[in-house]
Design a protein around this ligand. Structure first.
Ligand code: FEO
Length: 170
């Protein structure tokens, strides 16, 4: 049995991860309109990964005999004007999600819920990678974003990203 508080936080995370998918789809949508298909591809794949994350929390709750309640997903409301804006939004969002994951981890630790801690280990690592990716993209945009040829090459680089299913299997 999952402790009530831990189960509730895990359930909320299902919603947060679906919101992340929606937010990233909006960032992809922004770049599609700007004609940067590579950036759009990067965030469309990011959205797919976030749906996977949501489903991992969903399945973990079911595997542990907990009730899942699906709540409404908020409208993404990031203000996107410059080509840099989505990259900054993405980093801030990942830092926020890292805090959420750490919060669930702390609750699981307090409840001596070793199984949930082990489940969350994958997400702790994943958050580290996602923050690094987001920071690297900002650096690249700062370095090359003002030069059209370099921006074209960066867009091509991001077009090469392909979807890979998560390495965590429940
Ligand atoms: Fe589900 Fe981007 O973390």
């Amino acid at each position: 049995m999952l402790e009530k508080n831990v189960a509730q936080l895990l359930n909320e995370q299902v919603n947060k991860e679906f919101f992340s998918a929606y937010l990233y789809l909006d960032l992809s949508n922004f770049y599609e309109r700007k004609g940067l298909a590579g950036f759009a591809n990067w965030y469309k794949i990011q959205a797919q990964e976030e749906r996977d994350h949501a489903m991992l929390f969903y399945q973990y709750l079911h595997n542990n005999n907990a009730t899942v309640t699906l709540e409404a997903i908020n409208k993404p409301n990031a203000e996107l004007k410059t080509l840099m804006d989505p990259l900054k939004v993405s980093l801030a969002h990942e830092e926020y999600v890292t805090n959420l994951i750490h919060g669930i981890y702390a609750a699981a630790q307090k409840a001596n819920d070793f199984r949930t801690m082990q489940f969350l280990d994958w997400f702790v690592k994943e958050q580290g990678e996602e923050e690094t990716n987001a920071r690297n993209l900002i650096t690249k945009m700062e370095l090359f974003g003002d030069d059209p040829k370099s921006l074209y090459m960066l867009d091509n680089e991001l077009a090469a990203r392909v979807y890979a299913a998560p390495s965590l299997v429940l």
